[in-house]
Structure formats: structure tokens, C-alpha cells
Design a protein. Sequence first.
Length: 190
Amino acid sequence: MRGLLIDTCCGPCAMSALREFASPAWELRFLFYNPNVHPFQEYRRRLEAFEELMSKEGRTYTVFPYQPEEWIRAVAYREESRCEICYRLRLRRVADLALEEGYPAVTTTLLASPYQDHDLLHLLGASICRSRGLEFVVWDGRETYRAVLEEARNRGMYTQPYCGCILSERERYDRRRKGASAPKNRGGQA
Ligand code: SF4
């Protein structure tokens, strides 16, 4: 068995990773570290959906304390590059935990979503993992994304309407900002 630590954005994308890494060859553990999700009640809804899934599936996981200040300080005055900064923040955290806990490989459920920048995630994941002697495992859940969301809704799981940060929430709901220049995953689900 090979240990794989999975950075996890939400319950539905964790379902996608469970499908992808269903082989018993993997020993999976999930990490919920999302300082990029605002406001707190939204964070709590996503966390509850994630924990319920983990409990139903009998999976091991870790939740880092919620500190939105980490995301806010990281992107302040660099909002146009916020997604790259946000990816780095989360990938570094999962890679550091993998090093501490002896996991040889990491990945992220962001690769389940058609709203995220997969090329950038591959680049950052590979670079962050290389510098720590870890493997970044690439996969692609985009083709089954809609089907997984549907399944999540049928199971009564919460599915979020925007990516996570307060800026993506505004871009999702402020019609005047539609089409305005913004990171690739503006307004989409994570
Ligand atoms: S839009 Fe999503 S990926 Fe980009 S900074 Fe906000 S939460 Fe992070």
C-alpha cells in the first residue's frame, strides 16, 4: 500500500477523489485546510459535509484550525494573483504534513473541478513536492464532475455555489462583474 495525503476542498470533490483512488493499493488520508473559504458559516457547512462523508466512508482525516487570516494576509494587495497564492498555500500545507507524517505522495481534490486551473496546479504541485522529496499525483476528475455533483445532491450533501473566498462569492453573484478580468476559476464551485 502506498500512502497518499489528499488536500481536500469540499465533500463532493472528496467523493471524486474516493472514486479515483478506490484501489486498495492506496492508503488514503484527507486533509481539510481551507482558510480561503468565507464567511465562517459557509466554511462550517463545507466542513460538516466533508466530515459526514469521511465518517460514512470510514476514512481517516485531519482538520486544521480555521484561520482565514492566513489567506487574507497571503493575498493582500495581490488579489489578481489570488488563485495561484491560494493554491500554493494549500499545497504547501499538505506537502508539509506529508513530510511530517511520512506520506510519500500528495494530491489535491482541486483536480476534480473544471473551474480550477489544472496546468497551474500541476506546475505548483510538482515544484512544491519536488523540493520536499515527495511525489505529486496528477489526476483529472473533470469528466465525471457533473455526475459526482448529482450524486452528492442525491445523497443530501451540501454543494457550494462559489469557489470559496469572499471575492469569488462577489463574482458569482454580482452580475455587473460578469466577464470582468479575474482568475480563471472566478465564481465557480471548487
Ligand atoms: S477563487 Fe477559489 S482558488 Fe481562487 S483565491 Fe478564491 S478560493 Fe482560492
